[in-house]
Design a binder for this molecule. Structure first.
Ligand code: PLP
Length: 344
């Protein structure tokens, strides 16, 4: 596994003069000075105050991107890098949202894309990927079989994997910069997010540490990682001192975006949560369903995968985990429109 190490610069006086959105932070991104962003109009995603007395609570609507999930942050930066490197073809493997994001940004960059998906991936997400012009290869067997097939194909192409390619995480880290800015150039006390392969939680961790090392904040938020109880290798792994990767056989879950039985970056993810003084929690299928429905009844259709985080917030708030003066952000990672026709 590789990581990008770059100077912790954050020239705010220059950045603030640009339009809002992830490209305003380009000095904090590992792109050449002349690299032209592969852009599809990425907004600064809204931060909505849902406080109801007690702590200040915000939803970060990070699904309001062109393809309907936060994965566009990673895909936009990764495909910008790929174009800078004059890549002609990329390979990615994904159960849905990351594949759609890579397919869309590959199309925007005029790079051909092959997306490997496990057989049984959400038909709506597969159709979305195909519509962007990517070739889709459905691989029988497990998610790990899909990854193996993609890696083989990537011998002859650029592996634009959201899991392995470190430029993806450089894109997702911009969510931390936006939160800092939207909260009046202060970081929140807590951030709650779903975790599968960890691109959001690692992005949050990298972004907040970047801000701290650049002198923009003294503190970093405590990160809460949420998994579905039927597929929670990291929740289990966080309980012991591991030398081997945590592995589970994914059970049935509505949270298909985080049904990852063997997270590749497990060590890094566990460390990110522990170093932030955060913790892990698992939510049941009933909690996911209830939270998904409750938000839909308030007008916000969120992906069931994202409802793991809203459900966890609900329970933790009831348990009194958050202090009255604290600021809590729940990241809403995916749009519910893609999965609206699925049975709950
Ligand atoms: C909607 C949604 N939320 C959260 C995640 C979790 O992201 P990660 O697997 O990078 O931890 C995913 C991953 O696909 C997703 O699709």
């Amino acid at each position: 596994l590789l990581d990008v190490v770059m100077p912790r610069q954050f020239p705010w006086a220059t950045m603030r003069r640009r339009p809002p959105g992830l490209w305003r932070y380009r000095e904090a991104l590992p792109l050449g000075a002349t690299a032209e962003p592969v852009a599809l109009g990425e907004p600064e995603t809204p931060l909505v105050d849902i406080s109801a007395g007690g702590p200040r609570v915000y939803l970060k609507l990070d699904f309001l991107f062109p393809t309907g999930s936060f994965k566009d942050r990673g895909a936009a930066v990764l495909m910008t890098k790929a174009r800078e490197l004059r890549v002609a073809r990329v390979i990615e493997d994904s159960s849905g949202n990351a594949g759609a994001a890579i397919a869309a940004y590959a199309a925007a960059a005029a790079i051909s894309a092959g997306i490997y998906v496990p057989e049984g991936a959400s038909p709506a997400k597969v159709a979305q990927i195909q519509r962007y012009g990517a070739s889709v290869v459905q691989v029988p067997g497990s998610r790990a079989d899909t990854a193996r097939a993609a890696m083989e194909a990537a011998q002859a192409a650029y592996y634009a994997s959201h899991v392995w390619n470190p430029f993806f995480l450089e894109g997702t880290k911009t969510v931390a910069f936006e939160l800092w800015e939207q909260l009046g150039r202060r970081v929140p006390d807590w951030v709650i997010t779903p975790v599968g392969h960890g691109t959001m939680v690692l992005g949050l961790s990298k972004g907040f540490l970047h801000l701290r090392d650049a002198g923009m904040t003294d503190a970093v938020p405590r990160l809460v990682g949420v998994q579905a109880a039927t597929c929670a290798p990291l929740v289990q792994g966080s309980r012991g001192d591991l030398t081997l990767p945590p592995v589970v056989e994914p059970g049935v879950t509505q949270a298909d975006g985080i049904a990852v039985g063997q997270p590749t970056r497990w060590r890094q993810i566990l460390r990110a949560i522990a170093d932030s003084a955060g913790f892990w929690t698992a939510v049941s299928e009933e909690e996911i369903r209830e939270s998904h429905l409750a938000w839909a009844r308030r007008g916000l259709l969120i992906e069931p995968t994202s409802a793991t985080a809203t459900a966890a917030y609900q329970r933790l708030a009831a348990e009194g985990v958050f202090g009255g003066h604290q600021r809590v952000v729940v990241v809403v990672t995916g749009s519910g429109i893609k999965t609206a026709s699925q049975r709950l």
